[in-house]
Design a protein around this ligand. Structure first.
Ligand SMILES: O=C(O)C(=O)C[C@@H](O)CO
Ligand SMILES: [Mg+2]
Length: 390
């Protein structure tokens, strides 16, 4: 069986968007002097879909959300020609071929995101060819069902935050993730407002549910060091990406302080990247995203490394490419879940674009033992709300 074609399309949302509230979520651009839209690098209103087709007409579906138009160009110009005529089951060879032939620019960022989308498509294709779900190709079921946490709770007026947190409790979630709204530029008053957000959510969910807090790289080392002791009282499961992804030493030092566990990795790439993070004892929780890190071929190696280091892997974002790895690894105790709602930052766009994603039941997700591949397909329900770039 040989690969006949690689098709890429970008689906850009042109439908209704809910504007984010003020102090919605800190992010890496907050430190800049310039005004303008500091949320610009934060939105995911476009998605890349990559379809790898074999001579027998089978199609594997991959996807990526980072810089989709640029990733599309990278696939079309560089990676697609490398795949034509190859056997899709040679995933390791093909991954290394894509990685090594573009090594000068593909180790991180755009290139690795493109490789990820293709690799996910290859695994979907393999599953479809043998009639088994991807998690069965990765070692099989390691849990009855996947515990998941509700991930939203962006900054907003406290009564609205309270109501949203309560809705997750009512739906049966026993873990939630919230976002901070203020950072270094906002001084002690901002610190107090951040703590009010945490206190509100903790008050609603009580002491027996996990609470995670997201900085999205919007803090500095110094700011995080001051915040950590103040957060200790709220028994936080982890503080996420307190500093930019390149500040590995910052992660290590914050972790050493021992106030609150530190998580990260959604902006890191490949096995080599995670080896550095783990060697430097930078993380308490690993959060790669399969559609950035190098696809399923890279993510499963990171799972093995994490197992050796005994560090849990709780991938960034829900979504099927991550769920299959979580199901197949004892290193993964839980998954993230983005509640479905109107399009806001775009985390929720996956649901508008694909169908087949499992919905949580009392805080748990289930994968079907009999659905081949990833178990998702393009949805036509909302297709009119997308501009499609071929
Ligand atoms: O869910 C996360 O971990 C993210 O980083 C999502 C992003 O939208 C920031 O909240
Ligand atoms: Mg995050």
């Amino acid at each position: 069986m040989k690969i006949k074609s690689v098709r890429t399309r970008v689906f850009e949302w042109n439908g209704k968007v809910v504007p984010p509230a003020a102090n919605f979520c800190t992010n890496a651009a907050d430190l800049l002097y310039e005004r303008g839209d500091s949320m610009g690098s934060f939105r995911f209103h476009g998605w890349l879909v990559c379809e790898v087709e074999t001579e027998d007409g089978s199609i594997g579906l991959g996807n990526a959300a980072l810089a989709p138009r640029v990733v599309k160009a990278a696939i079309d110009q560089y990676y697609a020609p490398m795949l034509i005529g190859e056997d899709p089951f040679d995933t390791e060879y093909l991954w290394q071929k894509m990685y090594r032939k573009t090594h000068a620019w593909s180790r991180k960022g755009i290139g690795m995101t493109a490789i990820s989308a293709i690799d996910i498509a290859l695994w979907d294709l393999m599953g479809k060819e043998v009639g088994r779900p991807v998690f069965k190709l990765l070692g099989g079921r390691t849990k009855d069902k996947i515990r998941c946490y509700a991930s939203k709770l962006y900054g907003q007026p406290l009564d609205a935050l309270r109501a949203e947190a309560q809705s997750y409790v009512d739906q049966g979630f026993d873990a939630v993730k919230m976002r901070f709204g203020w950072g270094p530029k906002d001084g002690p008053a901002g610190m107090r407002k951040n703590l009010e957000l945490v206190a509100t959510v903790r008050d609603v969910i009580g002491p027996d549910r996990d609470l995670m807090c997201e900085c999205y790289m919007g803090w500095t080392f110094e700011y995080a060091r001051r915040m950590l002791p103040k957060l200790e009282a709220y028994d936080i499961r982890w503080l996420e990406e307190p500093v930019i992804a390149d500040d590995i030493e910052g992660y290590t030092e914050l972790r050493k302080l021992g106030h609150v566990p530190i998580s990260g990795g959604e902006h890191e790439f490949t096995l080599a990247g995670f080896q550095q993070l783990l060697d430097r004892r930078a993380l308490d929780v690993i959060q790669y995203d399969t559609n950035r890190v190098g696809g399923i071929s890279a993510a499963r190696k990171i799972n093995a490394l994490a197992e050796a280091y005994q560090i849990p892997v709780i991938p960034h974002a829900g979504q099927m490419h991550n769920y299959h790895l979580t199901m197949a690894s004892t290193a993964s105790p839980m998954a993230e879940f983005f509640p479905v709602h109107e399009v806001e930052v775009g985390n929720e766009l996956f649901y508008y674009l694909f169908k087949g994603e499992p919905q949580p039941d009392n805080g748990f997700l289930q994968l079907d033992d009999h659905k081949p591949g990833l178990g998702i397909e393009l949805s036509h329900e909302h297709i009119g709300a997308f501009d499609v770039i071929e």
